[in-house]
Each structure stands twice: as C-alpha cells, then as structure tokens.
Design a protein around this ligand. Structure first.
Ligand code: PLP
Length: 401
C-alpha cells in the first residue's frame, strides 16, 4: 500500500524535525491538579482560566439541561435542532453585548474553530471581490477560514497598524474585512483594537475580532476585549469562545442583526452540522451567571494576582519572558529540542506545561505556553517559577528528552 508508506514517511519527517506531538489521557475532572497515567500533576496548560470547567453550579446545570432537553439535539439548527436552550443563550449573549454592538444579535456555534470558519467563508460570499486584512499571528481557525473562503488575503505584520493602513489605502476591493485575534493565543498580548477600529471606520471596513482568550478574563464583568477597552462600533463582528474561560464548550458570534441573519443563511459550518447538545447551552447559561457576577470578578482578581506572582518569581538569563496582559504567559526558548527537554524536566517534577513548536508558532520561537488560572494557589505558581529558573540552569542535561 503505497499511500500508507507515504504516511510512514510523513511521520518520519515530523520526528526528524523534533515536532512529533503526543496525546495524554486525563482521568480526573479538570482542575489545578489533574490525574494523568496514574500520576497527579499540577497543570498549567488549560484555557480554563477561571476554574469553571468543573464548577459545581456549571456541572449541575449540565445535568439539569440533559434532564430537561435530553442528550442530543437530533438535527441541524435549521432543520429541527434549535432548542429553547440555544435560543435562550443567544438572547442572553446579544443582551450582554448590546452596549458595544448596535442592534446586536448572537449566534451560538459548536466550537470556536467552526465559528471562525463559518463566519469568514460566509462573509466572503458578500461579493466577488472581498479582501481580508489578516494579522500575521492570527489563530489557525481564522487562517483556515480565509483560505476556505478563497478570497484575497493581505497579511499585515504583528500589531503594525501603519502597515495595515498602507494595505487598506492600496486596496480597491469593494468589501474590506480586517481580521484579528484580540489576545494572541501563543503570546498573551493584546491587539491594538482601538487603532484597528479607527482604520475600519476610515476605510469603511468590517472588523472581525476573535476574543477566544479575552472573553471571561478581560473587562469588569468578564465580557472581554470590548468591555476592557470600552470599544463599541457597528463595524465590529465579535467572536467569543465558551470552552475556555467559560469552562464548557462552543462559541458565539455577536454582530449587527443583519450580519447574523446572513450567517444563518450562508454559514455552511453552521448549517450543515448537527446542533450541539442543548445541555451544553444550558450549562453555558450558568457559567455566564458566574462570569458576569461577583464570583467572576473575584476569580478574575485571583487570576491577575497569580499572573503577577508568576512574572515576579521567574528570573531568566537566556530565555525570554515577554510582557503579557493575560493568563497566557509564554517563556520563549527557541529550539524545538530544548523546549521539549524543558517540558520533560517540568513534567518529571509533576508540573504540566506544554511545549509549543512550529507550525503553531514561528520557527525558532518554540516556547513553554504557561496558562495560569484563578484556581491556582500562589504557592502553585511560585513552585512553577522556581522550577523554570532551575530548568534554565540545567537545560544541557539530556536526561529529560
Ligand atoms: C484565538 C483562538 N480562536 C479560536 C479558537 C478555537 O476555539 P475552539 O477551541 O472553541 O474551537 C482557539 C482555540 O482553540 C483560539 O485560541
């Protein structure tokens, strides 16, 4: 079987580049401590930034949702799978974003990946000459959405508003769409959204904001980048995910009602898939209550304190610790092999921190992607800081490869 030999060759190439990835099976509910292969690990690798994935009220709502609506939706949204739970969640989200997005309506998707692909491929159908202006560090789901859309894409360098302006000024496309992450998923820093919105206004463009890592974390009520920056505009098409800080799963797009209606008619990854379990939508409603209430504010404070503890406890000579505004705190190491060694060194001490390598990040910027949670104690964070300092000194030890 020639094709299977090709598969084996492909895997050999991945190994030769030091890029083979492996699955780990988690046997406990998600939390600061998790059980993996009969070992308990202190985890700094999830996007459960507020510690809601196993929160009793969210778990109870999931059970209650299953009792009320059953386990599955049975069909796609437009056939018969759109339940009261989905509609209620969309209504709640639209209301929450009304201060920033005029005539807001929301649409709930099964995952953030599907939301981005659906959104961008649907927008590209607005006319034959849509042009996307894409930030160079955008998430893979945005990149894939633009590729699948088969529209023109102009990439601007990371956070370079001037370059973006030059591209917009040179464009003759009748429909222009700026596309950016709000919080860069492998760096933790923020996009210059106010500047992007000004350009969107000046050049009559739409502004798609993927706030996967800002929703729940930024803003007084956890409503993400728009609340954090008090950024309101009819040009904004906002995407937030519900499997990260919200602790459940799925994603949503909020935009002017007409845009959402266009998605309902044209977003293929929304139309041609079975609606997610209504129990999940019901659980997200409970999670939203926590995020927007006092408990959410308290958890965000603890998260911020933990981020401070981490940056104050790491002292590096060779590696980089870039400034990050969020729960994503990268340590830039450089080589693929070195980052694998360091992750192994930490794992040996019961600390689970993922090694992130190309193509997820640019070549020679392999890194530890530490994610801090409100669920961590300060001692957890100090322990990680000490271990990373030690790892930098002992990196030449091949025992951890
Ligand atoms: C910036 C960004 N956008 C979108 C996604 C996709 O979201 P989901 O995991 O819900 O598919 C992710 C992560 O997975 C992400 O980091």
């Amino acid at each position: 079987m020639k094709w299977l030999e090709q598969v084996a060759k492909g895997l050999e190439h991945i190994d030769a580049a030091g890029l083979r990835r492996h699955l780990k099976v988690v046997e406990s509910p998600w939390g600061r401590r998790v059980r993996v292969n009969d070992r308990e690990l202190l985890a700094f690798c999830s996007n459960d930034y507020l510690g809601l994935a196993a929160h009793p009220a969210v778990v109870q709502a999931l059970q209650e949702g299953a009792q009320r609506y059953g386990a599955g939706s049975g069909a796609s949204h437009l056939i018969s799978g759109h339940t009261r739970a989905h509609a209620e969640l969309e209504g709640r989200l639209a209301g929450l974003y009304a201060p920033w997005v005029p005539e807001a309506r929301a649409l709930y998707f099964s995952t953030g990946y599907m939301a981005n692909v659906s959104l961008l491929t649907a927008l590209a159908q607005l006319d034959d000459e849509v042009e996307f202006f894409s930030e160079s560090l955008n998430h893979a789901s945005l990149i894939d959405g633009m590729r699948m859309a088969r529209a023109r894409v102009s990439v601007y360098p990371h956070n370079d508003v001037q370059q973006l302006e030059s591209l917009l000024a040179a464009s003759t496309a009748p429909t222009r769409i700026i596309v950016t992450d709000s919080v860069f998923s492998m760096d933790g820093n923020l996009a210059p959204l106010a500047g992007l919105d000004r350009l969107a206004q000046q050049y009559d463009a739409a502004l798609v904001i993927d706030d996967a890592h800002g929703f729940g974390v930024l803003g007084e009520r956890g409503l993400g980048a728009l609340e954090h920056l008090a950024l309101g505009s009819p040009r904004i098409i906002y995407m937030g995910t519900l499997g990260k800080a919200a602790g459940v799963s799925g994603a949503f797009v909020v935009a002017h009602g007409q845009v959402i209606e266009w998605l309902v008619q044209r977003a293929r990854a929304y139309i041609y898939t079975t609606a997610s379990s209504p129990a999940l939508a019901h659980a997200v409603l409970a999670s939203l209550d926590i995020i927007t209430g006092d408990e959410g504010a308290d958890r965000r404070q603890r998260l911020q304190a933990n981020c401070r503890h981490l940056s104050e406890s790491i002292y590096l000579q060779k590696w980089g610790l870039p400034d990050s505004d969020t729960a994503i705190q990268p340590v830039i190491i450089g080589s693929n092999n070195d980052v694998t060694k360091v992750a192994g060194f930490l794992m040996h001490q019961g600390l689970w921190v993922p090694a992130i390598r190309p193509p997820t990040v640019p070549p020679d910027t392999a890194r530890l992607r530490i994610t801090v949670s409100a669920a961590h104690t300060p001692d957890d964070v100090f322990r990680l800081g000490r271990a990373i300092n030690r790892a930098e000194r002992e990196i030449d030890d091949d025992a951890y490869l």
